[in-house]
Write a protein that binds this ligand. Sequence first.
Ligand SMILES: NC(=O)c1ccc[n+]([C@@H]2O[C@H](COP(=O)([O-])OP(=O)(O)OC[C@H]3O[C@@H](n4cnc5c(N)ncnc54)[C@H](O)[C@@H]3O)[C@@H](O)[C@H]2O)c1
Length: 261
Amino acid sequence: MSDQRVVVITGSGRGIGKGIAERLAKDGYAVVIADLDPKTAGETAQELVGKGFNAVSVAGDVSKKEDHEKFVNKAVEEFGRLDTYINNAGIAQIKLLQDVTPEDMERIFKINVFGDLYGIQAATEQFRRQDDGERIRKIINASSIAGHIAFDLLGAYSATKFAVRGLTQAAAKEVGRDHITVNAYCPGIVGTDMWDLIDAKMVELKGGETGQYLKQYAQSITLGRVETAEDVANYVSYLASPDSDYMTGQSVQIDGGIQFI
Ligand SMILES: NC(=O)c1ccc[n+]([C@@H]2O[C@H](COP(=O)([O-])OP(=O)(O)OC[C@H]3O[C@@H](n4cnc5c(N)ncnc54)[C@H](O)[C@@H]3O)[C@@H](O)[C@H]2O)c1
């Protein structure tokens, strides 16, 4: 069996997840691209294979517990083991809390929070099945700066990202003795499709022009530019590497200096 490290990354057909996949492939990982969209997942995996990396894709929905088991099984079938599981997939929702329906709340919690819980469970089960001795295995979750300080119009989303920090801390305490660490990355304003959607919805709700709100929010960034998927991936690379073996339960903001807490 190869001793190449193996990672599952949810929501990695595009955006931040894709950036993480590219970086971890360069770091030496075999990568399982797991996404709701089989087309982007397949294309991303093909791009990586075309560059000489080990990658496969698998379609599934993070809000379904059994799909996380499918993602883990894919890693084990294709590459023989699992070292790192990244709960990256998530959705945003732009609404005043007053207008959020029970269905809205249920949908965003099912993907952003239940999805991470199921990922933690599936990865932990696999890690416990593997005989890895003292080797540290890793679970990494996507929270957000909105998981530290809530944003208006992003109330439900912010609540899910606070919940991700809670899950990260509790899981870290529960699985530490199994040589598993659990940490989260908290990006700021990243120029992905998610922010295009946030901007478009804000224009719909408050008026103005396309791009106006991204620009407005970007003015709060100390380093003076919108974050890229690569900026996030640089930090996730550390979390996925042995250099972070002594770190667990942390949710660190990587945001170009928007919030100082
Ligand atoms: N973009 C930002 O500014 C920003 C900031 C902070 C945190 N985040 C978080 O980072 C993560 C990635 O964000 P992004 O900007 O790349 O988003 P994105 O919308 O560009 O990409 C999300 C990916 O997740 C997939 N996905 C969505 N629902 C899914 C489901 N139910 N099951 C499986 N896959 C699903 C999509 O198909 C897509 O490929 C999210 O958790 C998000 O909340 C993003």
